[in-house]
Design a binder for this molecule. Structure first.
Ligand code: KG4
Ligand code: ZN
Length: 343
């Protein structure tokens, strides 16, 4: 089965063609980062308008690169949520219309399920059941994955998502949008141990997270290091970035360890934008080696939003005979544990 996948849930237009026999045939992405940068964050209306401009040219390009005549496409998958409603509607309308015109089924995909399954695009794939740590701009969740669509949330953030905390602290440090990758780069220049942050919610049992207190800790550290005139030395900023990143990574690691211990499982999937963080990937790899776990993550370009994960996730559901009716589905909020399992 050959599936065109379309991702438009936030600030990236991603398109890909996945073939269940031959794997990923082509993928391309347009990032809106430069457009939103001057506002310091995503402007939803601008995001929707840009998806409208970019979707069809990208689809044409990806079909050409995949050398796929449209007659060979067996289904169209699109991100139906969670995400920005206007942005979701653009991808949904384009996908639903193309599927109707081509006489093939369309399926609305859950964005976090697509992230969760992205490691399956790699040669080394996890086998069900496993634990997934989903860390993106909007979500931080530990999920017990028993099969496609069979998800139990073991723990999640009670306030800010990990990516959101990265972005907010980056903003405080005067870094551009999106802050996560820039904060990670700055952290590399920080001196370990100079600034210490708490590891929230690790001194009590449970698998939930809370990252909003780290913002306050970062603001306090910044205030404490301010020189006359409010100036902060670049090295101090790097030290704060380092301390903050270490606190987030330690916290995530402690909860992953607990989740694997409590489920008795040894496979861990790491996915979502923050899984692109090199330090997090390396720390998890070391921990896995020491404890006999196996860790799976997508290649860096498929950690953040992309069309390949949507094409793959949609293909699994279409292969199982699931598809939508003629309506366009768009759900800004959509809990992952309400999805229909794939038999
Ligand atoms: O999955 P994603 O592309 O979009 C959502 O579904 O939210 O995740 C974006 C988030 C942003 O908060 C971004 O700052 C963060 O992932 N991110 C990172 C890194 N790369 C992206 N955070 C930390 N380190 C990175 N290298
Ligand atoms: Zn995402």
């Amino acid at each position: 089965m050959r599936v065109l996948g379309i991702e438009t849930s936030c600030d990236e237009t991603g398109v890909a063609v996945f073939d269940s026999d031959r794997g990923l045939l082509a993928h391309c992405l347009h990032s809106q980062v430069a457009m939103h940068a001057e506002y310091g964050g995503v402007v939803p209306e601008l995001a929707s308008r840009d998806h409208i401009k970019k979707a069809l040219p990208l689809i044409r390009r990806v079909l050409q690169e995949a050398a796929c005549p449209v007659e060979t496409i067996d289904g169209v998958a699109y991100t139906a949520g969670p995400g920005l409603l206007g942005a979701l509607l653009v991808g949904g309308c384009v996908a639903r219309s193309l599927a109707f015109a081509w006489g093939v089924p369309a399926v609305g995909v859950h964005h976090m399920e697509a992230h969760l399954l992205a490691p399956m695009l790699e040669p080394e794939r996890p086998v069900f059941p496993f634990v997934a740590l989903l860390v993106s701009g909007g979500h931080t969740q530990l999920v017990l994955v028993e099969g496609i669509g069979a998800y139990r949330i073991l723990g999640e953030s009670l306030d800010d998502a990990a990516g959101e905390a990265f972005d907010k602290v980056a903003k405080m440090l005067g870094l551009g949008y999106p802050g996560g990758p820039q904060l990670a780069a700055l952290a590399a220049d920080g001196v370990p141990g100079r600034i210490d942050f708490p590891r929230p919610m690790t001194n009590r049992p449970g698998l939930d997270f809370s990252f909003s207190g780290l913002k306050t800790a970062a603001a306090n550290a910044l205030r404490g290091l301010q020189q006359a005139g409010g100036v902060i030395a670049p090295q101090c900023k790097a030290d704060i970035a380092h301390g903050f990143q270490q606190a987030v990574i330690d916290t995530l690691l402690i909860k992953c360890r607990r989740a694997l211990q409590s489920t008795g499982l040894t496979q861990l999937v790491l996915a979502g934008g923050v899984s692109a963080n090199r330090e997090l990937r390396e720390r998890l790899r070391d921990e896995a080696q020491a404890r006999g776990w196996r860790v799976f993550y997508p290649r860096a370009e498929f950690c953040t939003d992309n069309g390949a994960m949507v094409a793959f996730a949609g293909c699994q559901r279409l292969l199982a005979g699931q598809h939508d009716d003629l309506a366009v589905r768009a759900q800004a909020r959509w809990p992952i544990d309400t999805l229909e399992p794939v038999a």
